[in-house]
Design a binder for this molecule. Structure first.
Ligand SMILES: Cc1cc2nc3c(=O)[nH]c(=O)nc-3n(C[C@H](O)[C@H](O)[C@H](O)COP(=O)(O)OP(=O)(O)OC[C@H]3O[C@@H](n4cnc5c(N)ncnc54)[C@H](O)[C@@H]3O)c2cc1C
Length: 430
């Protein structure tokens, strides 16, 4: 069988690439290892940052691709490739509008709070505010496209791709162009230990099927890799429930304490880097503490509601010296003292009892390093030359977070999945 554009992976990147390639008139085949496509995309909150969209303008938000690129680069200390960051931020707004207008994905602007490091409201989501609903919307849009499930790609050459069916039988497809959209290596313990030893013993909260295959095949074909030590972590996964507790609670005034009731960090630096201080606390855990106002904010998020229903949100608890810590935090909010960790508490309302608390741990969500690509999503060899017929995006490609956990600006994951997916699909259809 010969196919014009073969795409490996049916997460956000692969499905968006498939829509773009089909829009450009190409014959498309998507290979997906799972029986039902989900990926890290379905596990995510589904918030996609994009600049200068009509959704922002309708809400009176001022933003631009340049401002967004500056935020991305500020967060990673300018360690990502500025050419890629500019191209991705420029493509972000048009990509969201194209998905909405041409493919019927009803995006909304997330309002009410800013994620750390963003200077404008620019997160876009579907009404349900979940990655599962985003994935479902993409699958609906991709209705007519050939998506072969339970087809695990096993080998790639410069012309062919082999995949295996659950009964062990193998088939081969010849491709004109190949898009690697099978994400990073978070599910591959060995690679995580090699590249990300600091988080290797923590919970992995992403899709287990992301085994680093794109990196393995790409490098075998001569591709370069970059920022392999970069990743998205998170400091707030309910323990033992395994439910993401929205960081909006921290951004709007909540704090994290350890089992002794003591704060240990500036929670406003970002949720990604917060995974490390949390796993270093006694028992590798911490408590998110907040009040009724923030509990109500939390209840606007489906995963928080799930956590509440599962009993993760405590109204009655005793956590070491919490009373003393909360008195200190009140002093910071009133401007009577400065937070030793450098957080400014004066911009948000003071927390008032009764308090709520959720026990959480830190986790690895998603890797950020990967195949080096150019602004056309073409995979580059070690000398920077495009490898013929090979494209990549999303978690398979090097992202825009640089080589450190603290370089991840909220939304960098779906940003590169969706925008590079569209670029890769369009280019592969040429
Ligand atoms: C809990 C959580 C919350 C998150 N929230 C957000 C958020 O709100 N905003 C944001 O921007 N990012 C978020 N992220 C990150 C985001 O989910 C990822 O960056 C994004 O989904 C990556 O998309 P992708 O298409 O590259 O990969 P995926 O969605 O993981 O898709 C890859 C697909 O490839 C398939 N595959 C893998 N190997 C093979 C193979 N050999 N053959 C065939 N198929 C294969 C997999 O089965 C999978 O379906 C979150 C991540 C997690 C874990």
């Amino acid at each position: 069988m010969k196919v014009q554009v073969v795409i490996v992976g049916a997460g956000a990147c692969g499905l968006v690439a498939a829509l773009a390639a089909r829009d450009a008139g190409a014959q498309v085949l998507v290979l997906e290892r799972d029986a039902s496509p989900s990926g890290s995309t379905s596990l995510s909150s589904g918030f996609i940052p994009a600049a200068y969209t009509r959704f922002q303008r309708a809400a009176g938000v001022t933003d631009s691709p340049e401002q967004m690129a500056a935020d991305v680069q500020h967060k990673n200390h300018a360690l990502a490739d500025p050419v890629m960051v500019d191209a991705i931020c420029r493509a972000s707004g048009p990509t969201i509008e194209w998905l909405a207008d041409r493919h019927g994905i009803a995006f909304e602007l997330v309002q009410g709070f800013l994620y750390p490091g963003h200077s404008a409201l620019r997160m876009h989501c579907v009404a349900e505010k979940t990655g599962a609903a985003l994935e479902a919307a993409l699958l609906r849009a991709a209705g007519e496209i050939d998506i072969l499930c339970s087809a695990s790609a096993t080998q790639v050459t410069g012309r062919t791709i082999e995949f295996q069916r659950p009964d062990g039988s193998c088939e081969e497809v010849e491709y004109e162009n190949l898009v690697l959209a099978c994400s990073g290596f978070g599910g591959n313990k060995e690679m995580v230990r090699q590249y990300l030893p600091e988080i290797a013993d923590a919970l992995y909260f992403g899709h287990v099927g992301n085994q680093g295959d794109a990196i393995r095949w790409g490098t075998a074909l001569g591709a370069g890799v970059r920022d392999m030590t970069g990743y998205q972590g998170h400091g707030s996964v309910a323990k033992p429930h395994g439910i993401l507790i929205t960081w909006a609670l921290m951004m709007e005034g909540g704090v994290q304490v350890n089992a002794n009731g003591e704060r240990f960090s500036n929670e406003h630096l970002g949720y990604s880097e917060q995974c490390l201080p949390v796993i270093k606390q006694p028992g590798g855990e911490a408590w998110c503490v907040y009040d009724e106002r923030l509990h109500r904010l939390g209840m606007t998020f489906p995963d928080y509601r799930e956590a509440d229903a599962a009993g993760a949100v405590k109204r009655s608890f005793s956590i070491g010296k919490l009373a003393q810590t909360m008195a200190e935090v009140a002093g910071y909010a009133e401007g009577k003292a400065k937070d030793p960790f450098g957080r400014d508490f004066t911009t948000k309302p003071k927390l008032v009892p009764p308090y709520y608390a959720v026990k959480v741990t830190g986790a690895l969500f998603h890797t950020q390093g990967g195949l080096v690509i150019d602004t056309r999503a073409r995979v580059l060899d070690k000398a920077g030359r495009p490898i013929p017929r090979l494209f990549a995006g999303g978690g398979a490609a090097c992202g825009v977070s640089g080589p450190h956990v603290w370089g991840y600006l909220s939304g960098n994951g779906l940003l590169t999945a969706v925008t590079l997916g569209r670029i890769a699909g369009t280019e592969a259809a040429r």
